[in-house]
Design a binder for this molecule. Structure first.
Ligand code: AGP
Length: 606
């Protein structure tokens, strides 16, 4: 979604801003822009990619201070005028803004009454004009921003550039902003990943905080005007390259990174001798774990699908009732929160607004939440304050792949650890650990020999609709396969627990309808076979993902075998062919695999 990058120092700002924008590209956006201050503030903005913006830039833009933005439209259509940065009427104040200003209509009306002509349809532009007005009161940029924000309602990650001052004033409320401290230079971004090529020393602004940056100094205060000292975090080097390397797309690269990502996730977190998990982030004694009444897991999209698998693993291993909830629904249903229950917020980006709201709802009602998060230092990781990082390394394709696997692996370790203090025996624990340790190698083995993925692509690429079916622990895998194919190849897909098929979706089947079955060799396989027969009897064509050596293969039109594994861990293998089917179908249809239309990598609005 929207992204911010800012720079002030002694170097020419424009190239650094463009580089920052490129590092924000993976988040998804529809237009971009930069503003650079010298004698004047020059603004260039354009619909399209960063490459499109570059085509309208002069060969040299002088100025060592600037701000930049990638926009994902919320208020106002995708247009050059609505792209950020926005300038005030006298041109002396320029802003970039992430988030939503809820009372924008009121602000715009009061500005119009004062004779200001707004140039865009965005909710953000009004802020630039109000700051200009407030600046005329006392010529104090920081106070002007502060007073403006007292008038605004909504969420913001805001950076403001002033023609007459060598500074950037920033503020955060509900939309992330991180300051990077360099040597005689400062950076600011909505995404720590964009800062790491320049500095590892960062300050995460919290909601209600502001920062005034000059090239040598940052001064921090609350929006109420209380000053405080910066607390510097030194970002650790993440594993994994954020460049494409030899791969044509980030999605393919990330599919292939799954074995290593899983090795990073489980490394040092398994106790083979005791058959237990060793997750430091689960700050609970076995005697507390024994008293847990229930578990709730929250997530959106892929993270929700992983949470559903986590739910089943926890129930199975720990014998505690567990439920996965879609974050965007959670707080609106006024949930009853039991402070003794365990809550998990599952998220790759750690910035998903719906999941963050769910976390706050639980905290407000006296519960506490463990984060199962990929991005270190992200808002949800900090809000939870405890939990585990899943260590997938940077995930850049909008379609999440390696984060899904690592969420499932992390949740399986949680389930094991809670389970060992309750219902799971040492031997069962050792078994699961064995299984987990084999997975990276088994995925590598599968990736060497992927089966007839391209035949499956031929079968589905022109389909009106593709049905994905699985039972038990494979039902969320079916959902994940459908989500992936739908989001990057734009083919309508439905996913159901296989037993539900005869209660409705069966009506869709006609001669040649493609149905993808996920059917590992577990206790529900026989039931899944029945559903498969029902589909075949109506002319459906079956793509079957199953375990190697299983004679179920003969039931399929296209059979895709994956290596055998511990039955509770089968999603970590069966999901891989679904990712490859989605990837190759999107390619065959000429879709933009890494940046599908309308989607954003991290969805920071509710
Ligand atoms: C996954 O392929 C999707 N792009 C999307 O569903 C994603 O999983 C969801 O928006 C949640 O994101 P998060 O993990 O960063 O919270």
């Amino acid at each position: 979604m929207c992204g911010i990058f800012g720079y002030l120092g002694s170097r020419q700002a424009s190239n650094i801003l463009l580089d920052g924008l490129r590092r924000l590209e993976y988040r998804g956006y529809d237009s971009t822009g930069i503003a650079v201050k010298d004698e004047t503030i020059q603004i260039y903005k354009k619909v399209g990619k960063v490459g499109d913006l570059e085509t309208i830039l002069p060969s040299q833009i002088d100025g060592t201070v600037g701000i930049a933005h990638t926009r994902w439209a919320t208020h106002g259509v995708v247009s050059d005028a609505n792209a950020h940065p926005h300038r005030s009427a006298n041109g002396k104040v320029v802003i970039v803004h992430n988030g939503i200003i809820e009372n924008t209509r009121q602000l715009r009306t009061s500005l119009t009454v004062q004779g200001v002509e707004l140039q865009s349809d965005t909710d953000s532009e009004a802020l630039a004009h109000v700051i200009e007005r407030e600046l005329s009161v006392d010529n104090n940029p920081e106070n002007a921003v502060r007073r403006t924000l007292h008038l605004a309602r909504g969420t913001w990650g805001l950076c403001v550039l002033f023609l007459e001052y060598d500074m950037i004033v920033c503020a955060r409320n509900g939309s992330p902003l991180i300051i990077g401290q360099g040597d005689g230079e400062m950076f600011v971004s909505s995404d720590p990943h964009a800062l790491t090529p320049y500095t590892q020393r960062v300050v995460f602004l919290e909601d209600g905080e502001m920062a005034t940056l000059t090239k040598n100094q940052m001064s921090l205060s609350t929006i109420k005007g209380k000053n405080f000292d910066p607390s510097i975090t030194v970002l650790e080097d993440d594993w994994g390259e954020s460049e494409l390397g030899e791969y044509p797309h980030f999605m393919l690269k990330e599919i292939y990174e799954q074995p290593d990502a899983l090795r990073h996730c489980i490394s040092g977190r398994l106790d083979r001798v005791r058959g237990n998990g060793r997750l430091g982030g689960l700050k609970l004694e076995p005697r507390d774990l024994a008293k847990v009444p229930h578990v709730r897991l929250l997530g959106c999209g892929t993270a929700f699908n992983a949470a559903e698998i986590g739910q089943m693993l926890i129930e199975k291993l720990a014998r505690i009732p567990a439920v996965a909830h879609i974050s965007s629904e959670f707080r609106h249903n006024d949930p009853v929160i039991n402070p003794n229950a365990l809550h998990f917020a599952v998220t790759q980006s750690g910035e998903t607004a719906d999941t963050l709201s769910a976390v706050k709802e639980i905290q407000l009602k006296g519960g506490s939440v463990y984060g199962v998060v990929n991005v270190v230092g992200s808002s949800i990781a900090r809000e939870c304050g405890k939990g585990v990082y899943i260590h997938s390394g940077p995930e850049q394709a909008v379609a999440s792949t390696k984060a899904f696997s690592n969420m499932v692996a992390a949740l399986s370790m949680f389930a094991l650890q809670v389970g060992r203090s309750r219902a799971t025996s040492k031997e069962q624990g050792k078994d699961l650990i064995n299984g987990l340790q084999q997975i990276p190698h088994l995925i590598e083995e599968y990736l060497e020999n992927q089966g007839p993925i391209l035949e499956a692509v031929e079968m589905i690429k022109d389909a009106k609709c593709v049905l994905f079916l699985g039972r038990g622990i494979s039902a969320p895998v079916a959902k994940e396969g459908a989500l992936k194919l739908m989001e990057i190849a734009y083919i309508p897909c439905l996913a159901y627990p296989a037993g539900e098929m005869k209660h409705g979706p069966i009506a869709l089947l006609e001669e040649g309808s493609p149905v993808v079955f996920i059917a590992p060799n577990d206790h529900v396989k026989v039931k899944t076979i029945s559903a498969m027969h029902e589909c075949k009897a109506r002319g459906a064509r079956i793509i079957l993902i199953h375990e190697e050596g299983d004679d179920i293969a003969s039931e399929a039109d296209i059979s895709i075998p994956v290596p055998q594994v511990h039955s509770l861990l089968s999603p970590l293998l069966t999901v891989i062919p679904t990712q490859l089917i989605a990837y190759h179908t999107a390619l065959a249809l000429g879709c933009n695999v890494d940046r599908p239309r309308n989607l954003a990598k991290s969805v920071t609005v509710e």
